[in-house]
Structures are given as C-alpha cells and as structure tokens.
Design a protein around this ligand. Sequence first.
Ligand SMILES: Cc1ncc(COP(=O)(O)O)c(C=O)c1O
Length: 443
Amino acid sequence: MRRFAADRARRAVAASIRAAARSAVPSAPAAPAPPSPAAAAAMASAMVRAMSTAAAGAAPVSLDNINPKVLKCEYAVRGEIVTHAQNLQQELQKNPESLPFDEILYCNIGNPQSLGQQPVTFFREVLSLCDHPALLDKSETHALYSSDAIERAWQILDKIPGRATGAYSHSQGIKGLRDEIAAGIAARDGFHASGDNIFLTDGASPAVHMMMQLLIRSEKDGILCPIPQYPLYSASIALHGGSLVPYFLDEETGWGLEVDELKKQLEESQSKGITVRALVVINPGNPTGQVLAEENQKKIVEFCKNEELVLLADEVYQENIYVEDKQFHSFKKIARSMGYTDDDLPLVSFQSVSKGYYGECGKRGGYMEVTGFSADVREQIYKVASVNLCSNVSGQILASLIMNPPKVNIVCAQSIINWNNDGNNLHVYFFHRLGMNPTNPSW
Ligand SMILES: Cc1ncc(COP(=O)(O)O)c(C=O)c1O
C-alpha cells in the first residue's frame, strides 16, 4: 500500500516537472539553458503541489500508522462471531426463508433487556421524575407514580446542584449520590465506607481503563488476570501497553482460584523482568460463574498484601448468585474483617448497573470504590476522571438506586406491588431463559 502510494507520488512529480519545464521554457532549444530563477521557483512550487496531491490520494491514516496498541487490542465480545451473526441477520431481513431460523438472539454479551427483560419500575420512575422534575408538580403524577418513587426523586433532586440532570457534575460524581452509595456499601459490608472514595463512572469498563491507565507505565508492568476472563481486561491492558500475566482458574475445583497458581505465575513473570502491579479477581466470576469462599478470599488478600499488589476486585455480579450455599463477600469487607485498614492494602472494587437483577447496561452507570491509595495518588485518579468531565448523570442516579433499593418494610403499598411484580416477572424471565417452567418448580 505504502509502496503503491510512493510510486504514484514519484510518477506525479516527474510528470509535473516535465509540465513545469514545458511551460517555463516555451521554446526549448535542443540544448536548453538553465531555467531562470522565476522558472525554477515555478517548478519547485509545481513539485510541491504535485507531491501533496499524490499524498492526498493515499489515506493519511492507515493500519500502518495508527497506534500499534490499538491493533494489538482484541475484544472478542464484539468480534468475528458477532459480525457473522449481523451478516446473517441482514440476510434474514432480505430473505426470511433463507435460513433455518427466523431470529438471532445475541448472547455474546450480558444484555438482558435486549432479550426482553423488563426494567425495574421503581428505578425507571425515579429516573424519569429526576429527568423531568416538572412532573412532580402535577397532580396526575401521584396517580401514575408510587409515592416512594416521588419521595426518592425529591431526595435525589435535592442532592443535585440546581436540580439539573442536564448539567455536568463533579468529575467524581455528585457528592450526595456518592454518599448514598457509600451508605449502601456500609450496610452491605458492615464496615465504614466514604463517598470521597467513590468514583462514579459510565459503567465498570471506564473505571477499569482508568486504573490500567494509572498503573501501567510500560510493557514491563504486568497485571495478573484470570483465564478464562472477561476480555475487558486483556483489551485494556493491551490498550495501555502493559503485559497480561495469566493465572489459570481450575475447572476441576469449580473454577477455583488457587494462591499457589498466583505465586507461580507471579514468580515466572518476575523472572522475565516484569513488575506485577495488580491482581484482577472477578468475583462472582465471568465467564466461570464461581463464587469465592471467604477463606479463599482471605488468602488472596494476604497474597496481595505480601506482594504489594493492588487488588482490582471486579464485583459487578454480586447480585447474580443462583445457589443457596454461596454468598457474596466484597473484598473490602474481607480485608477489613482481617484487620487491614486503608493503610495496608490498595483495593479497588468495581460495581455496575449493567448486571445484577437490574440489567440496565444501556444506561451506563457504575462506580469504583478506591481505598488504600495515598491522597496524592487519589488526586491523580481524580485528574484522570476530570479529563472526561463527568459520567452521565442518569447513570449516576441509577448507581445510587441499585445500592439503595426500596426496603421492603418501609415502602408504600404501590411500591410493594410494583416490586413484587418486577420480581415475579424477572423470576419468570430467568426460568424462561433457562428453558424451565416457572409454575412447576419441580426441577
Ligand atoms: C466481569 C465484567 N466486568 C465488567 C463488565 C463491564 O460492565 P459495564 O457494562 O459496567 O461496563 C462486564 C460486562 O459484561 C463483565 O462481565
């Protein structure tokens, strides 16, 4: 491609020199005299014009000259199979009889509302009232919306400067909403949480990118990642020019995470000159679905403490546990229960509105709780956050709602009806997706 463009440029320059020479010296004798200064200048400018015209023929940006880190980055979730599915979908639209099926369900990514899951009424009521506060002054609103949703919308609007969801917010997110989230975390874990440690983001993905950007200095910096993994991690490490240090989950033990395996991979990468900066743990796991036991989590915390690693805890599936004998424990709760404080261990927990029973992926909301970093490093994280100005305010509101859903014992009758309906609908939906009959739970 490059050679082709260069040849074209050379030919164009040669042609333009001939043309310039012809026009500058109209009656050229057999042995031409050197061109006058004016003619030479005309030739030179013709050459420059010709060269730039030739160069314009070639795209100034090509795969040869874009950032190689972008080329290296692979994101299978939106890769070849999805492209194939999209092609099949187009084929189906053109000719519905051409394939032995009439619908394509995209299961390459957890996107439940695209497959028919209905949003939770309370969340949507609050969001719509916050976005259009004029509704709060209308009498009809009290017939249409539950009184809890109306009350929560007022509470949230009071936390938003100017009650304006269309305004940029603080780059870390609206302070009152961060405090709400911190209260939700504290209630979940039984340990203190601070709104100052919460960074609201457009889903968990940008939060992960921010941490990779902070930690990775060069390809000599490594991040320990589970295999199998959710490809956000490999993609983000590649984009930021670091090295993925794999550790393998053990299928035989229900996709267990063995600390011996972590040590082995850490030492192996250190022997190759890699400085491992962080350990990514996805708990509950994707794609493996494992839920780590408390004892196992303690060993992981101890490992990070001893090896001076940042623990990057992807906890976006904390509400997606479908077995009775397993329970979610946040890594922060585990670390605090071991007596470790903010001074002992840098720990980041990622949460998202995309997962859980809410599945609000398109709303792009989430947060990271950043603990155990010095004030000056946190300032740098804040600086990186502020380059994006702020995350979207609806996503921020939703993140505060998922961490503080209505409490069954204090909600109004309408909310209970909505909540139960939503719960039943989700229940039926999940059973349906699993191919089971929800009215016959004999499975
Ligand atoms: C483990 C894991 N982490 C993070 C994400 C990203 O979620 P978000 O939509 O919040 O960016 C996903 C999405 O599927 C995921 O599976």
